[in-house]
Design a protein around this ligand. Structure first.
Ligand code: PGA
Length: 231
């Protein structure tokens, strides 16, 4: 392990009604109280749809659940006449993290490197922590990014995860190319069964589970398994 805590950053993508989001949070609290995980070893984050962020943030304030919130994208503009957009300053204070550059945003919404760099600027200007996703080790990473998510497209939602050894090698190459210390996290078919292999890799600082974050019990097992694997 390079440094603690090991981040487990769930991405709900475009899933869950408000009721389902609230039930997930109550269930997660119940699992955590019954079987707590060591918060010095693992940090739980959920990247939720914008719609749910205010409600989830209030629920977290009222409870002792060790979970931080994130969002899955952000406007490349500041506040203003940009119909339909959510500006970074609206999210600051409610969430800590923002995913930028996920392959699904690049593919379905045609987000370009230039636009993504603007999003990073907006997020950083209000203090959001950016998890910048790349699909291979040679992709551009804007300045000021502290977390890089390595997510090979073939591993997303397929049940075929990249091996921990390969992900670790990619992490080494990303750090070398950027010439600075960043936290590299791996995403693509991470499960409670394979999370331990990533935890033990020296250059991986976390994982980004999608499907495995949707059920509170599975997300909770990701965290307990990860904490057990931290040496
Ligand atoms: P998955 O998704 O865990 O369902 O493969 C990962 C991601 O897209 O972040």
């Amino acid at each position: 392990m390079s440094k603690l805590p090991f981040y487990v950053i769930g991405n709900w993508k475009s899933n869950k009604t408000m009721d389902e989001a609230v039930i997930w949070m109550r269930d997660f609290e119940t699992f955590y109280k019954k079987t707590p995980f060591d918060v010095t070893k693992v940090q739980a984050v959920i990247c939720a749809p914008f719609l749910h962020v205010t409600t989830l943030s209030s629920l977290l304030t009222l409870s002792n659940i060790p979970l931080k919130l994130g969002v899955q994208t952000i406007s490349s503009f500041a506040v203003g006449a940009y119909t339909g957009e959510v500006a970074a300053s609206m999210i600051a204070g409610l969430a800590h993290f923002v995913l930028i550059g996920h392959s699904e945003r690049r593919k379905h919404f045609k987000e370009t490197d230039e636009e993504l760099a603007q999003k990073v600027k907006q997020a950083k200007s209000v203090g959001l922590e950016v998890v910048y996703c790349v699909q291979d080790e040679n992709m551009t990473v804007p300045d000021g990014v502290n977390f890089v998510g390595y997510e090979p497209v073939w591993a997303i939602g397929t049940g075929k995860a990249e091996t921990a050894e390969n992900a670790n090698t990619v992490a080494v190459n990303i750090k070398k190319r950027l010439g600075r210390e960043v936290t590299v996290i791996y995403g693509g078919s991470v499960t409670p069964e394979n999370i331990g292999t990533y935890v033990t890799m020296q250059h991986l600082g976390g994982v980004l589970p999608g499907g495995a974050s949707l059920k509170a019990d599975t997300f909770h097992s990701l965290l307990t398994h990860a904490a057990e694997s931290v040496t």
